[in-house]
Ligand binder design. Structure first.
Ligand code: PRP
Ligand code: URA
Length: 213
């Protein structure tokens, strides 16, 4: 895979450790869900280190008044791509408890592998917010590309996309289609199989999160 200015790959031992457990086919649904949340919190912490809108407030300590920089209220909107992206929402909420949530429903057509959008509900005023689009799996890149297109068509100007596992072809597609969007991926896997599944991957993230298999 080429080096892209807008792609940030995390290479952190704690995240790698958790992903190893996620991949294991014997990991339970409960543990899988908890790990997705924990990894998302770690990713959010890192990916927003330079990008969180902040504001100054005055704080009175027991000794004096000082000016402090804090996270601006209502400045971030979390947008999961349904279904699997839902598993990442709590992981962001741990750090931004009052962030509003928009939902984009998409599923991949199993034959063509192209995404079909079946739902979209976004908070009012999202166009002025930092939008954190989340989906654990970035395979062909079709779902992420279309979700970003949809957000841009709604006026969103500042979008970051976070995926836990990415395939090289999907990462390249999103990076090239949307060079203005920062893409954060915890680990890059080898390739896709003939059914569009990531190898070695973790299987179907939605099924593993919600027990639908
Ligand atoms: C999965 C995953 C992504 C998409 C990635 O969703 O959660 O949204 O596939 O594949 P792509 O990069 O090739 O578009 P899926 O369509 O299986 O729906 P689900 O989350 O409801 O199971
Ligand atoms: N979606 C998944 O859930 N897993 C994959 O490997 C690819 C797409």
């Amino acid at each position: 895979m080429k080096d892209y200015k807008n792609v940030i790959i995390f290479d952190h031992p704690l995240i790698r450790h958790k992903i190893a457990i996620l991949r294991n086919e014997r990991t339970s649904m409960k543990e899988f869900r908890e790990l997705v949340e924990e990894i998302t919190t770690l990713m959010t912490y890192e990916s927003l280190k330079d990008g969180v809108p902040t504001t100054e407030i005055e704080v009175k300590t027991p000794l004096e008044v000082c000016t402090q920089r804090v996270v601006a209220d209502n400045s971030i909107v979390i947008v999961p791509i349904l279904r699997a992206g839902l598993g990442m929402v709590n992981g962001v909420h741990v750090l931004f408890p009052s962030a509003k949530v928009g939902h984009i429903g998409m599923y991949r057509n199993e034959e063509t592998l192209t995404p079909e959008t079946y739902y979209c509900k976004l908070p009012k005023g999202i166009e002025d917010k930092l939008v954190l689009l989340v989906d654990p799996m970035l395979a062909t890149g079709g779902s992420a590309c279309d979700a970003i297109r949809l957000l841009k068509d709604k006026g969103c100007k500042h979008i970051k996309f976070m995926a836990i596992i990415g395939a090289p072809e999907g990462i390249s597609k999103v990076a090239e289609t949307h060079p203005d969007v920062d893409i954060y991926v915890s680990t890059v896997d080898r390739c896709l199989n003939e059914h569009g599944y990531i190898l070695p991957g973790l299987g179907d993230a939605g099924d593993r999160l919600f027990g639908t298999k």
